[in-house]
Design a protein around this ligand. Structure first.
Ligand code: MSP
Length: 518
């Protein structure tokens, strides 16, 4: 039975525990958080899953190199991810770890089901194996030098007998699914990329690793000499977290899933995962949202390449919420983007310090100093006042359209334009001059009232992206934070504001640090 309230399920990838959280992981996690907060504001009930992927050769190798037991090692890094997201105020509901015993049982159930249905067979295979990707690569996937394009390493030749999931059977079903469901992979060019990949014959998927080579994994239920391939194990998390295969499986939640990933794991999600679900008789994921990479110095940021930016360090240095704003504003969703310190600082100064920060402190200072309590009547609003106020609906529609179309940049730009319109209004109304003229006191109330309404609405709109800023605005305006929760049907307009707090200093200007000299 479907409930009245619309539900959504949003997931990040389960991050490997061979690296500490960096900016790349933060982007997807922040985006999932923004997604949840935005949809919750529009009245949906959203469940947000993140977590860690803890098995496989990479993890085993890294634990060994540090002289640690695999689980002890995984526990440390999983804790690091969990604490990072908590410190950053990420609103996840489920933190999933693939080393949980419940997960292993569900993975074994899936494997046994597919084996019993004849979907898994045993055979010998020879190919080129990339440990970074944890899989065999086809020649067509290698770069000109014969290297893995993501890990910039030559894959090792390997020959071994293994279990295979008969993924090739699903080639036509995958094409049909992608063609019938244009929303299933977004933005569109990634769906086209996968459809064109599926023009080549699809191979079967090797889903086991012999224990003599890898012990750190979930044992196959039908052959104790093997463990499960880490991707087959990890992908199931999304479904298992909804209660599958138990009696209380929340099918409705599963069928509302939006997987957020970057393009590095597009194939694993759109091809492996979808065919696994089809084979298990479960409906494929509703939507897959695929981002490009954050680049630093022209290459993908990753632990193996050593060009890593730590989100917590950046937040501590440049202020809460600023990273969220920059990442969403800077990246054109689906394409690669380059992180530069200079760009980040310029963005903070231009849109946050000089933009909303300046507007709020300017209005608050004048209103508090001259009025303390702002009070006016609806019929005192002039046409210019109403025009400014009416821009909010347009901005909210542009904002929502940006989210629906995965054009987050457009949403943020529309919001920044509204801040600019507010600034222009203040410049035109000259409240500092009204304050000097006793005959204009009531007009000052109206002008300040309009500005405070605008601040309240700007806070409500931006709350998913700048939750701490929205909170500070709510406190300054003596509003309950709840005021920002539901803006589905418009903005809650007031004719009365009491300003008893200190002037909010939302975003101090940031200086570009001088280059370090050795
Ligand atoms: N463990 C697998 C995912 C299994 S999901 C069932 C994995 N882990 S990962 O730690 O490598 O994370 C990859 C994901 O981290 C990307 O898909 C993306 O969400 C995020 N990013 C990591 N580096 C990134 C960039 N430089 N840029 C953008 N996103 C990046 O793959």
């Amino acid at each position: 039975m479907s409930s009245q309230i619309h539900r959504s399920y949003v997931t990040t990838p389960l991050y490997y525990v061979n690296a500490r959280p960096h900016l790349g992981h933060s982007y997807t996690t922040i985006l999932a958080d923004v997604f949840k907060r935005h949809r919750s504001q529009r009245g949906e009930k959203v469940t947000f899953l993140s977590g860690t992927d803890e098995h496989g050769e990479k993890i085993e190798q890294m634990a060994k190199s540090q002289g640690k037991d695999c689980l002890e090692f995984a526990n440390e890094i999983a804790q690091d991810f969990l604490c990072t997201w908590e410190k950053m105020g990420i609103s996840f509901d489920i933190f999933y770890r693939t080393t949980d015993s419940n997960h292993a049982l569900a993975v074994q159930h899936a494997l046994q089901t597919l084996k019993d249905r004849g979907e898994i067979v045993f055979r010998e295979y020879e190919g080129k194996y990339c440990v970074g990707c944890e899989r065999f690569l086809n020649d067509s996937e290698l770069n000109d030098q014969g290297f893995c394009p993501d890990h910039l390493k030559k894959p090792e030749p390997r020959k071994e007998a293994n279990y295979f999931f008969l993924m090739s059977k699903y080639q036509n079903a995958l094409i049909e699914h992608m063609e019938k469901n244009p929303q299933s992979i977004r933005p569109e060019h990634y769906r086209q990329e996968m459809l064109s990949f599926l023009k080549q014959p699809l191979t079967d998927l090797c889903i086991s690793r012999p224990k003599e080579r890898l012990k750190w994994g979930i044992e196959l239920p039908f052959d104790s000499k093997f463990v499960t391939y880490v991707w087959f194990d990890a992908l199931l998390n999304y479904l298992v977290a909804t209660g599958w295969p138990g009696k209380n499986w929340d099918k409705e939640l599963w069928e509302s899933v939006n997987h957020l990933i970057a393009k590095d794991i597009l194939k694993a999600h759109s091809i492996y995962w979808t065919s696994m679900l089809l084979a298990l008789g479960v409906k494929p994921a509703k939507e897959l949202h695929v981002s490009g990479y954050w680049l630093v110095d022209g290459t993908k940021m990753s632990k193996s390449l050593g060009n890593v930016i730590r989100p917590i360090e950046v937040e501590e240095k440049f202020g809460r919420d600023t990273l969220r704003f920059y990442l969403l504003r800077e990246m054109s969703y689906g394409l690669d983007s380059t992180f530069t310190l200079e760009g980040y600082i310029n963005c903070i100064n231009a849109y946050l310090a000089n933009g909303i920060g300046n507007f709020v402190s300017r209005v608050y200072t004048i209103a508090k100093k001259n009025l303390g309590t702002v009070s006016f009547k609806e019929n005192e609003l002039t046409e210019t006042d109403r025009n400014l106020l009416s821009l909010r609906t347009k901005t909210r529609d542009a904002w929502d359209a940006g989210f629906t179309e995965l054009k987050y940049q457009n949403a943020i730009k529309a919001w920044s334009e509204l801040v600019t319109s507010c600034d222009l209004y203040v410049n035109e109304m000259k409240p500092w001059a009204l304050a000097k003229d006793p005959s204009q006191t009531q007009r000052l109330h109206v002008v300040m009232g309009v500005c405070l309404r605008m601040i309240q609405s700007l806070g409500a709109l931006i709350a998913p992206v700048l939750p701490n800023t929205a909170k500070a605005i709510a406190i300054a305006l003596n509003l309950e934070e709840r005021a920002f929760e539901q803006i589905k049907n418009g903005f809650e307009d007031r004719t009365y504001f009491t300003l008893t707090e200190d002037v909010p200093r939302l975003f101090p200007r940031v200086q570009i640090p001088a280059p370090e000299t050795d």
